[in-house]
Design a protein around this ligand. Structure first.
Ligand code: S3P
Length: 169
């Protein structure tokens, strides 16, 4: 898998709770290449949390920063890059990802996603009256776009290790 990747990046995309960061970290370990999480990198450079960024500047500004950070991270691969759920949905960012990496969509069912995001409430987009319904609408709106990724791996209720094997395969 490492040779097949060459200098490209392996970019994990998909909704919040799909397991992009935890699977990405393990995949990077297996491939012996660096791992980066775009949300963590955005928080590092801005010295603010994602929730603070949304509150202070709004989603549009957040997306602009996200595009810049991802564009930079994609240079100097190979890396495993896990992206925030909306990154690949943004036209600009998506074009950078398509040029700089092999994209893998971690595709999960609503119940799996909900079970995972429900435990932590750090996601500004889910601060709504009915967060499960919001997640469902995001899923409906975004799935056709995630489907443009190069590969799709089903993110089921299996162990992380099994998913890592599938991504590597
Ligand atoms: C977002 C997902 C989050 C984070 C921000 C917006 C989205 O990342 O970037 O809250 O638009 O789906 P995770 O997918 O890592 O939760």
């Amino acid at each position: 898998a490492r040779a097949a990747l060459g200098r490209r990046n392996l970019v994990l995309v998909g909704l919040m709770g799909a397991g992009k960061s935890s699977v990405g970290r393990l995949v990077a370990q297996q491939l012996s290449i660096p791992f980066v999480d775009t949300d963590a990198e955005i928080e590092r450079v801005s010295r603010m949390t994602i929730a603070e960024l949304f509150a202070a500047y709004g989603e549009q500004e957040f997306r602009a920063l996200e595009t810049r950070v991802i564009k930079r991270l994609l240079r100097g691969g190979p890396r495993v890059v896990s992206t925030g759920g909306g990154a690949f949905i943004n036209e600009n960012t998506r074009q950078h990802v398509k040029r700089g990496g092999l994209s893998v969509w971690l595709k999960a069912d609503i119940d799996v996603l909900w079970e995972r995001v429900n435990k932590r409430d750090t996601r500004p987009l889910l601060k709504t009256e009915n967060p499960k319904q919001t997640l469902e609408s995001l899923m409906n709106a975004r799935y056709p776009i995630y489907a443009e990724a190069d590969l799709t791996v089903l993110s089921r209720d299996v162990s992380k290790e099994v998913m890592v094997k599938e991504v590597l395969a």
